[in-house]
Design a protein around this ligand. Structure first.
Ligand code: SAM
Length: 442
């Protein structure tokens, strides 16, 4: 039996949004959760039966039912990300605020990585994203998702927010998609209903405040702070924004979303829009709050300096093996004999990275071994198309049947234009190089 909606949640919701809106939200919370995906703009689109688009992005689709993503090779190749349509509003907010793409961006609470994929798409190969997730297990999921998304201009860290001040990292854009009481997830996640309490709201409010206090000093003057939660109460949302404004260091930078007024509600204080809500039953997806603030010029900041990374050019053997990549002018970072390709290293601050860029190659004797990041990134490397059955066999790390006998060497396997990974043909045999950790187990 589903957990009921907590009573202590209903009164503040009604006081906050009014009876009519609160009634719509409460009714929607008893419905089925929404299902949506966002296509990877850099990879070819896979076929979906739904063509209902999310109104605030060119890449989001609302689906009628939840497909079995695990059996879709395009999902494993990073062709799309399963994401709540409300979260996709970040794309619209970024485009409207238009922070410069050449710069260093931080996604401070990044796992599982949905909003990082939006930030990377916005950067479109310019600038650099630090995607940080303090929780170890969730950080592993973040690394997997950003590997599949295939952008080279990012690094992944796992540090608590207070440690950013100790580093030399300073950011042009910071997204705080804060841990929250999860009211917006009541429809999707029975646990969110079960664990909710007024105490949880209070404790989340304190955590959010301390994350913001840790990070606002490392935002550059004139930089953009984006704050989001998946909850609907004022304490975790408007009150956090008002507290930031009270410091005197910020001004509002919220975009005009009035053309989305049927889906997005402004949060208004003293005649100013201090953020926006997307609510179940009113918007297309689950609950979300988002606000944009600009750090004033002359606001208190900590000093910044840049430190060169330990980076090197590509090994000549790798360049000979993959000549079409040479124009990308990548830097490489060595970690445990593997070389990670990184774009725009100039923007990468000195931090303890879990991963920097994407794994591209290894050198073993005279052999250049291509790694999975090289398959996932956008490139002109030729690929070998396989059918659905063979794509699933490949993802399960089984032997696959090649369309005909192939000369010895490395092949990039693809399905419907989405690259899946590497395979080595050795005479009549093939060796499957799909990463063990990603192996499909169904
Ligand atoms: N941005 C993510 C996305 O779009 O996929 C969702 C982020 S989720 C709402 C919040 C994240 O904050 C969680 O992954 C959680 O582990 C992390 N978190 C929890 N406590 C934190 C803290 N004190 N400091 C920083 N991050 C924290």
């Amino acid at each position: 039996m589903p957990e009921s909606i907590p009573n202590a949640f209903i009164a503040p919701l009604t006081a906050h949004f009014g009876v009519e809106t609160a009634t719509q939200v409460l009714k929607a919370l008893e419905d089925e959760p929404s299902v949506s995906i966002r296509l990877n703009p850099r990879k070819s689109a896979c076929a979906f039966t739904s063509k209902r688009m999310v109104p605030w992005t060119d890449h989001g689709y609302l689906l009628d039912a939840r497909p079995n993503y695990a059996l879709d090779p395009c999902f494993h190749g990073g062709g799309y990300y399963v994401q709540d349509s409300s979260s996709m509003i970040l794309e619209r907010v970024l485009k409207a605020c238009a922070p410069p793409r050449q710069g260093t961006y931080l996604d401070a609470c990044a796992a599982p990585g949905g909003k990082s994929t939006i930030l990377l798409d916005y950067l479109n190969g310019e600038g650099f994203l630090v995607a940080n997730e303090v929780d170890g297990k969730r950080n592993a999921v973040l690394r997997e998702n950003l590997l599949k998304w295939g952008h080279l201009n990012h690094g992944i860290t796992s540090i608590s927010t207070e440690r950013f001040k100790e580093s030399y990292a300073r950011f042009d854009v910071i997204l705080v998609d804060a841990p929250c009481s999860g009211e917006g997830m009541f429809r999707k996640d029975a646990f969110a209903r079960k664990q909710w309490s007024e105490d949880l709201v209070r404790s989340c409010t304190r955590t959010q405040r301390s994350i913001l206090e840790d990070l606002t000093p490392v935002l550059k003057e004139g930089g953009l702070l984006l704050y989001a939660t998946c909850t609907m109460n004022q304490k975790e949302n408007e009150e956090q924004i008002l507290a930031l404004l009270d410091t005197g260091n910020f001004e509002l930078a919220n975009p005009d979303l009035s053309n989305l007024k049927d889906f997005v509600l402004p949060a208004v204080h003293a005649d100013a829009i201090i953020g926006h809500y997307l609510l179940p039953g009113i918007s297309t997806g689950e609950g979300l709050f988002i606000a944009a603030l600009k750090k004033k010029e002359g606001a208190e900041s900590v000093m910044s300096s840049s430190i060169a990374q330990r980076l090197q050019p590509a090994d000549p053997a790798f360049e000979r093996a993959f000549p079409t990549l040479t124009p990308l002018a990548l830097d490489f970072w060595e970690w445990k004999d593997e070389y990670y390709g990184i774009q725009n290293a100039a923007y990468a601050p000195e931090l303890f990275y879990k991963r920097l860029g994407l794994p591209c190659y290894q050198i073993k004797g005279n052999d250049v071994i291509p790694l999975h990041g090289l398959a996932m990134m956008e490139s002109e490397i030729e690929h070998l198309a396989v059918d659905h059955e063979n794509a699933l066999r490949y993802l399960r790390k089984e032997s696959i049947y090649l369309p005909h006998e192939m000369p010895k060497g490395w092949y990039l396997i693809s399905y419907e234009g989405i690259k899946l990974g590497w395979l080595k043909a050795i005479g009549t045999r093939t060796n499957n190089y799909y990463p063990n950790g990603l192996r499909l187990r169904i």
